[in-house]
Design a protein around this ligand. Structure first.
Ligand SMILES: [Fe+2]
Ligand SMILES: [Fe+2]
Length: 383
C-alpha cells in the first residue's frame, strides 16, 4: 500500500476535501483526416461514437463475433480505432485514444480477425519454411500469372498505377510507423538492427528523405492528393486489412514475434517488387519522384533484407527461441493478406473495373485520350 492509499484508508482522517483533479483538456483538432463513411453496423457504431452522435457501443463486441473477419465493415471499424493511435481525425478529441469503451470494441474486433488468421495460416511453420518460398519469388496472388507488380510492370495502364498508389497510400503515408511500436518490446541485437532499418525508413536524419514524404512526391507525380487519409473511403477491405495487420501486431507486446515476421516479410519481398514498380513508373512516365520512391527501395531493401534476416530474426531467435512460430505466423499472415488484395485488384482490372470502392477522378489535362490515363466511371464526387 502506498502512503497515499494508507492516508485515504484512515477512517478518522479530517483532512479538508481535496479540490477535484483538473481534467485533462480534451483537445479536438479542427484539422486532420475527416471521418470516413460507414460500411455496416460495426463501422457505423464506431463512427457515431467518435462523431459525437448517440451511437451505442455496448452491442458491438457481440456483433463482431458474427461479422466477416476479412470484411469491409469490420476492417473499417478497426482501421478507424487504430488511427486514433496515429494521427486521429478532425473533430475527434485526442484523448479518445484511450477511451475504455472504444478499446473494448477494438479488442473484440481484433480477437475475431486474429482468430481467422490463426485458422487460415498454416500452423507450426519454421522460419526457414516461411521465408524459404520468399527467397524464390516475391508475394504473388494465388491463381494469377504474376502479381500486381508484375502486371503493372508489363501491362498496367496509368489509371491502374494511380489506383495502386492511392490504396497503398494508407500505409506509405505512415510508412514504418506501425513497426516502430515494437522497438520497446525487443532487446539485444534485434532491437539495434530494427532501429537501424527504421532509421533509414525515417530518412536517416533528413526530413526530405523520410519514406512517407517520398511517397507523397510519388502521389503528386500521379496527380493524386497526398493529404493523409484522403483515400480511406476509396480503399477496399483487403487494403484496410493489411494495414490493420501491422497495427495489430505492433500494438500488442504479445504479438512482437508476429510483428518481426511481418516486417521481415515486407523487407524481403520489397526489393524485387520495387524493381518491378520502378520499371512500371518509368514505362508509364510517372515522373522523377515516383521513380525515386521505388528506386530507393530497390537499393535500401536489398540491404534491409540482409539485416532483417541475420540480425532482426536471428537476434530474436537467439533472445527468445520460443518466438519462432510467431515469426513464421507474422510472415505467412502477410502473404495471405497480400494475396487477397492482389487477387481482388487483378480481378477488377481484368474486367476494366476500378479496384477501388469509388474510382478516382480522371487526371487533369487535355491530352489524355489513348494514353491509358482514363479511369473507369469516375465518381463525380471523387475518392
Ligand atoms: Fe521504405
Ligand atoms: Fe526497407
Amino acid at each position: 500500500m502506498t502512503a497515499t492509499t494508507r492516508q485515504a484508508a484512515r477512517p478518522t482522517a479530517a483532512a479538508p476535501a481535496a479540490p477535484p483533479a483538473a481534467a485533462t483538456p480534451a483537445t479536438a483538432p479542427a484539422h486532420g483526416p475527416a471521418l470516413p463513411e460507414p460500411r455496416g453496423p460495426l463501422s457505423a457504431g464506431v463512427l457515431a461514437a467518435l462523431g459525437g452522435g448517440s451511437g451505442r457501443l455496448d452491442d458491438l463486441p457481440a456483433r463482431a463475433v458474427t461479422a466477416d473477419p476479412y470484411g469491409e465493415d469490420l476492417h473499417l471499424a478497426l482501421y478507424v480505432l487504430y488511427e486514433l493511435h496515429y494521427r486521429g481525425f478532425a473533430q475527434v478529441a485526442e484523448d479518445r485514444e484511450w477511451d475504455p469503451e472504444l478499446l473494448r470494441v477494438r479488442r473484440a474486433l481484433e480477437d475475431h480477425f486474429l482468430a481467422a488468421l490463426r485458422r487460415d495460416v498454416p500452423a507450426g511453420c519454421t522460419v526457414d519454411e516461411a521465408f524459404g518460398e520468399l527467397l524464390v519469388e516475391p508475394v504473388e496472388p494465388a491463381g494469377h500469372e504474376g502479381g500486381v507488380a508484375h502486371h503493372l510492370q508489363f501491362h498496367g495502364e496509368r489509371w491502374q498505377l494511380r489506383e495502386y498508389a492511392a490504396l497503398r497510400s494508407l500505409y506509405h503515408l505512415k510508412e514504418a510507423d506501425p513497426h516502430a511500436w515494437v522497438i520497446p518490446r525487443l532487446t539485444g541485437a534485434e532491437k539495434a538492427a530494427m532501429v537501424a532499418i527504421e532509421y533509414d525508413e525515417f530518412g536517416a536524419g533528413r526530413a526530405e528523405d523520410v519514406h512517407a514524404r517520398l511517397f507523397a512526391g510519388l502521389m503528386r507525380d500521379l496527380d493524386l492528393d497526398d493529404t493523409y487519409g484522403r483515400y480511406l473511403d476509396a480503399a477496399p477491405g483487403p487494403a484496410l486489412a493489411l494495414v490493420n495487420l501491422m497495427s495489430l501486431f505492433g500494438l500488442h507486446r504479445a504479438l512482437r514475434g508476429a510483428l518481426v515476421g511481418h516486417f521481415a516479410c515486407v523487407e524481403v519481398t520489397s526489393s524485387p517488387g520495387s524493381r518491378r514498380l520502378a520499371a512500371a513508373m518509368r514505362r508509364l512516365e510517372a515522373g522523377a519522384a515516383a521513380e525515386r520512391f521505388y528506386d530507393e527501395h530497390v537499393e535500401a531493401d536489398a540491404v534491409h533484407e540482409q539485416v532483417v534476416r541475420r540480425e532482426v530474426i536471428g537476434g530474436l531467435l537467439a533472445s527468445e527461441p520460443a518466438q519462432e512460430p510467431e515469426i513464421a505466423f507474422g510472415a505467412d499472415a502477410t502473404v495471405l493478406l497480400e494475396e487477397r488484395l492482389g487477387a481482388a485488384l487483378l480481378e477488377a482490372w481484368r474486367t476494366g473495373a476500378s479496384g477501388l470502392r469509388t474510382p478516382l477522378q480522371p487526371e487533369p489535362g487535355p491530352a489524355l485520350a489513348g494514353s491509358g490515363a482514363e479511369s473507369p466511371d469516375a465518381d463525380p464526387a471523387g475518392a
